[in-house]
Ligand binder design. Structure first.
Ligand code: ADP
Ligand code: ZN
Length: 429
């Protein structure tokens, strides 16, 4: 199902031409922003110099630090009265990153979500419960308006307590949820403990899951536990929030809306492009924004382009699920480790539950604390030790070091209000 079939299946040469035209227009727009004007003057680049897709490499990168340094409104490209909405991204330390939307930007963001919603087979007959936080975080409002555009009944549940979420699901027969993967796992435990079988007692059929890294194994675990189809949803505040890239019903990578974003994958250290299929850092240029377009934004998210056409007929290229953030990488005893590698191992083991945390202490000691699944412990302590060793061995095979493994009771690890915090680094390095 298509929201805007013509643009979603636009013949590739026409899509490339549209990108180029919008890129030039964006550079023209950015000549008004002192930060970019300074950079253009330095290299002497003019909008007319952008003649082919490869010319994007003549434009400067923008980083998260640039956004912070220009906080609050240094990168605004329109007059203040043109601005309709502000979102910020959390930012763990110091100033947040602020992003502005014009009226057209608000509408475009909803449009991109509407495409994503339809692409997964959701229609106006669906009841859409948005379990993401409303407010400065984009996961609430941006997704909300997109689902409303399609005509779903949208329930702005926010990240309320699980009891309340369940009540809404039961009373209004919710069919689609938008939820953090970490919360989906927690919520599945909650239902299990209450003796609720989602397949029998609820009307859920689809979940949009995103905003934090997760693995294919986690998707499968959520699908099994909640009895629904899970679609991967990727976005970031700097590029509108959710709706940048989204899976179609094929669930084989996320279509990135190339009429709105120019996509590059670069080697994080050299900045040079990598080949299709190779993993690198995703760099995005917003070419259809008015209030605050960004050139070659370094997302720090690691992914690759999936070569070849998709069976659904959409011509916008697909990216692989995010395998980590370049700044998420842990170096433990000289070995590079991504938390997702650990998650992949844990979530593939049926005896293992749905919550875990990676703790780093002392000089370089790694402990993986993980919950048992509700049926994972039969009361035999010997079996527990055996399982602990099994987990440690499987992790060693994946990450090359053997961490200490602590098995804890289901539901005993803390659950964050927003995005999960999987790594606690207390090393005295
Ligand atoms: P913050 O940078 O503070 O987390 P955002 O809410 O803008 O703020 O989060 C965007 C980031 O969330 C992305 O850059 C990416 O790292 C992560 N993210 C979003 N969607 C996904 C997804 N589907 N898979 C993996 N990571 C995701
Ligand atoms: Zn597709």
């Amino acid at each position: 199902m298509f929201w805007h079939q013509e643009i979603e299946t636009l013949h590739r040469p026409a899509l490339d031409a549209l990108q180029l035209e919008r890129l030039r227009e964006t550079v023209r727009r950015l000549e008004r922003v002192p930060f970019y004007r300074g950079k253009f003057l330095k290299t002497g680049i003019q909008p007319e110099d952008i003649k082919s897709a490869a010319d994007i490499r003549r434009l400067p990168f923008t980083t998260a630090a640039d956004l912070r340094e220009n906080y609050p409104d240094g990168l605004l490209a329109v007059a203040r009265e043109e601005v309709l909405r502000l979102h910020t991204s959390s930012g763990t330390t110091g100033k947040p990153k602020a992003l502005f939307f014009s009226r057209r930007d608000v509408d475009t963001a909803a449009e991109l979500i509407a495409r994503a919603v339809c692409m997964t087979g959701v229609t106006r007959r669906d009841v859409f419960q948005n379990m993401m936080s409303y407010g400065l975080f984009t996961g609430g409002l941006v997704m909300h308006y997109g689902a409303e555009k399609v005509g779903c009944l949208v329930i702005p549940a926010g990240p309320g307590t699980s009891e309340r979420q369940l009540l809404l699901m039961q009373d209004f027969r919710t069919t689609v949820i938008h939820i953090l993967p970490s919360y989906a796992l927690y919520f599945a435990d909650f239902l299990e403990k209450k003796g609720i079988d989602p397949r029998k007692n609820l009307a859920l059929r689809k979940a949009f899951v995103g905003a934090e890294p997760h693995t294919e194994e986690t998707r499968r675990k959520i699908e099994e536990a909640l009895g629904l189809d899970v679609y991967n949803s990727y976005g970031l505040t700097e590029m509108n929030g959710p709706g940048v890239a989204f899976e179609c019903e094929g669930k084989c990578g996320m279509h990135l809306w190339e009429d709105n974003f120019v996509l590059e994958i670069i080697h994080p250290a050299t900045g040079e492009p990598v080949d299709d299929g190779q993993t690198g850092e995703l760099v995005l240029t917003s070419i259809n924004r008015e209030a605050m377009p960004l050139l070659r934004y370094r997302t720090r998210d690691l992914t690759s382009i999936i070569p070849g056409p998709c069976a659904c007929g959409r011509t916008h290229r697909r990216i692989h699920r995010i395998t980590g953030r370049s700044d998420d990488m842990l170096i433990v005893r000289g070995v590079n480790i991504f938390p997702q590698q650990i998650e992949r191992v844990l979530m593939a083991m049926p005896q293992i539950g749905r919550n875990y945390v990676i703790q780093l202490e002392g000089l370089d000691d790694m402990t993986v604390k993980v919950e048992l699944s509700p049926a994972g412990f039969d009361g035999e302590v010997g079996h527990l030790t055996e399982l602990q060793n099994q987990v440690a061995e499987k992790l060693r095979a994946e990450i090359w070091i053997r961490p200490k493994v602590e098995l804890v009771a289901c539901g005993s690890l803390p659950v964050a209000e927003g995005k999960a915090k999987r790594v606690i680094d207390k090393r005295s390095l």
